[in-house]
Design a protein around this ligand. Structure first.
Ligand SMILES: [Zn+2]
Length: 275
């Protein structure tokens, strides 16, 4: 990823996605917003206990900085599941101004409609941005350990293929800032779940001398799922930015377990006349 100042905010961009003028995308940080502790400062989540007016001001600042009207921002209520919602024009702006209009029970969205900015929110979980360069289809997904074991990233690719006739060869993916294998300690119960789902769990799970804890590499586990769906490895860019190590830049639930904000990752297809 590369960092650039956009308007009044530092934003992060995937180099592979910057190659396509048909889309705009971004990853925000916790820097540059209006919030007080523990949501300081650019919290984008209404659901974490922050003052809703502050969240709205933060979202407006982000919208201005990326040059996309806030009415076009579209959110789901993320539940660590594996459901993917196809976003039709009538859903544009869901959850943009209040939590209760967000789309229920989905951790991923896909659309081929221009001017809908799909966003996922996180504080340690892995954000994904997808773009099919031929069919002009975009998607987002969000995965913590539950979403990873439930294969939300694979389900998102399935929707690209089944509903939009996409070929995985043409899908470019950015895997954003998230808790790294350096910091993502998991206990016995989670380890048992991981071993149930991944036959090759040792590739993503560092467990010294089979103690009752280990370190889970969410990014690599998800990257493998994408490759298994047929996405070429060269199409996948991983941000090696750990949210816990970089807790002054990004919100980290593990660093601030009692409460923290959420940063966002978004992608939008531009109007064809602006390609
Ligand atoms: Zn770390």
């Amino acid at each position: 990823m590369i960092k650039q100042e956009a308007g009044s905010l530092p934003l992060w961009y995937f180099q592979n996605l910057l190659n396509y003028k048909e889309i705009c995308h971004f990853v925000s940080s916790r820097v540059g917003g209006f919030g007080d502790q523990p949501y300081d400062s650019l919290n984008l989540g209404y659901h974490v206990g922050d003052n809703p007016e502050t969240v709205q001001k933060n979202r407006q600042r982000l919208a201005l900085s990326v040059g996309i009207p806030l009415e076009n921002f579209t959110f789901t209520r993320q539940v660590h599941g594996n459901k993917v919602k196809i976003i039709t024009a009538d859903l544009r702006g869901s959850g943009a101004f209040q939590e209760n209009t967000a789309i229920n029970d989905a951790d991923a969205m896909v659309t081929n409609i221009p001017n809908i900015c799909l966003l996922v929110l996180q504080a340690d979980c892995v954000p994904f941005l997808f773009f099919d360069t031929k069919k002009k289809v975009i998607g987002v997904a969000h995965a913590g350990w539950r979403g990873t074991l439930r294969k939300v990233a694979q389900n998102t690719v399935k929707i690209f293929m089944e509903k939009f006739c996409c070929s995985p060869d043409n899908i470019v993916v950015g895997i954003g800032p998230s808790i790294g294998p350096c910091c993502y300690e998991v206990g016995q119960e989670t380890i048992a779940e991981i071993r149930k789902v991944f036959r090759n769990a040792n590739k993503y799970l560092q467990q010294e001398n089979f103690q009752d804890k280990g370190y889970f590499n969410l990014r690599e586990a998800n990257k493998l799922q994408l490759i298994q769906m047929g996405i070429p490895e060269r199409n996948i860019e991983i941000a090696h930015l750990c949210t816990k190590c970089n807790h002054t830049l990004f919100f980290s639930h593990r660093y601030h377990p009692v409460g923290t904000g959420r940063f966002g990752a978004g992608i939008m297809l531009k109007n064809p006349e602006f390609f």
